[in-house]
Design a protein around this ligand. Structure first.
Ligand SMILES: Cc1ncc(COP(=O)(O)O)c(C=O)c1O
Length: 389
């Protein structure tokens, strides 16, 4: 193999997937794999979905790009779907999760008319560009990149009191993930988001919810916040919105949207017609049946994992098809994901000690059973060899 000129910023597994169908992927050597990752919560409708592919092909035969200097019927249609599903009003399209969060931060500052301070959560993850990175409450991600963007304070995730204590006269917003995806699929206590909403109302702060990972049906609702009775002021999306085409979105209330005037923000590629065509196909496929299925399948997965009673597992947590398996000390998530890959199962990790499961929505109970038995087999093989996974 020739020496790679790719930057060494990813720790890649030595496998390349070259084709796939539904929840199955095939690598360049012809090996088949069961997909329990969906390209990190992206391909909810799996690989090669005929309706999404048809929508994309149709658009590829039309225009690929015209820029945001001109009208876009597709963007209008998708914005109307996202507004009606979220209960919010205005939509801005970009290309990724970090960009959606950058825009959300700018929108909040514009709305705040001088107030700029945003309270975030420790362990939170909002992206890698400087604003989103500064909003991410994970100091290990900051090393080497100081100074951060000024004006963020991260407080304990799950504590409403910690938010209250961090509010100053400069505070404009609270920015959170309803479920911390990059922090081990961590769920806050029940009622937390609603209580945060109340604090935001009390102090005239915006509530920004980052549903880049938890949104677009993954938890069994269009958006994870809909498991509680509340609405954010700003909602950010990306990942699953277009099943693998780069697209991000910021959805906000009318008053927040009204602050943004021509020239305040923009993106050359944001809302690209091909990505929007894919997203419109996704939105049609995301039916109540699929949403209910995601909730039930996730519960089935976690209950089967619990029944398997695997000694290496400390905790199993999640909602819908977002599941984190907290491993006991001595078991490395990376080594486990690597062993599972050798056995034909694609999984992810979150930190050093959490195996992250984000299967496509098309997964069946039989495939979940297969995953659980393979996981048990990998643990058993490592015990019998006397080596830790
Ligand atoms: C909650 C959350 N926000 C933002 C991002 C960043 O998204 P992107 O990688 O598309 O920039 C991610 C990515 O993992 C995420 O999980």
């Amino acid at each position: 193999m020739t020496e790679s000129h790719l930057l060494g910023n990813y720790n890649r597994f030595p496998v390349e997937f070259t084709s796939g169908e539904g929840v199955w992927l095939t690598d360049s050597r012809g090996n088949r794999y069961l997909d329990f990752l969906s390209g990190i919560a992206v391909n909810g409708f799996g690989t090669g979905h005929p309706e999404i592919t048809a929508a994309v092909l149709k658009q590829l035969n039309g225009v690929w790009h015209t820029s945001n200097l001109f009208e876009s019927a597709g963007q209008k249609e998708l914005a109307s779907v996202l507004a009606s599903k979220s209960g919010l009003e205005k939509v801005f399209f970009c290309n990724s999760g970090t960009e959606a969060n950058e825009a959300a931060i700018k929108f909040a500052r514009k709305w705040g008319q001088g107030r700029y301070h945003i309270i975030t959560a420790q362990g939170g993850f909002h992206g890698r560009t400087m604003g989103s990175l500064s909003a991410s409450g994970q100091p290990k991600l900051w090393n080497g990149f100081f100074p951060l963007v000024y004006g963020f304070t991260s407080v304990q995730f799950g504590s409403v009191e910690a938010i209250r204590a961090a509010i100053t006269s400069e505070t404009v917003a609270v920015m959170l993930e309803p479920i911390q995806g990059e922090n081990g699929i961590l769920l806050p206590p029940a009622g937390y988001l609603k209580a945060v909403r109340e604090v935001c109302d009390e102090f005239n702060l915006l509530l920004i919810l980052d549903e880049v990972q938890s949104g677009m049906g993954r938890t069994g609702k269009w958006f994870a916040f809909q498991h509680e009775e509340l609405k954010p002021d700003i909602l950010t999306l990306a990942k699953g919105i277009a099943n693998g085409f780069p697209l991000g979105a910021v959805i906000c209330t009318e008053p927040v949207g009204a602050c943004i005037k021509p020239g305040d923000h923009g993106s050359t590629f944001g809302g690209n017609p091909v990505a929007v065509a894919a997203a419109l196909a996704v939105s049609t496929l995301l039916t109540e049946d699929i949403l209910d299925g995601n909730l039930a399948l996730g519960e089935y997965l976690r209950s089967e994992l619990a029944s398997a009673d695997l000694p290496e597992i400390a905790e199993i947590r999640g909602l819908g098809l977002m599941t984190g398996i907290q491993l006991k000390p001595g078991t490395s998530a990376r080594a486990l994901a690597s062993s599972l890959l050798e056995q034909g199962i694609v999984t992810g990790t979150s930190g050093d000690s959490v195996l992250r499961l984000l299967p496509p929505f098309l997964i069946t109970r039989t495939e979940i059973d297969l995953f659980v038995s393979q996981l048990a087999a990998v643990f058993e093989a490592s015990e019998s060899r006397g080596v830790a996974v």
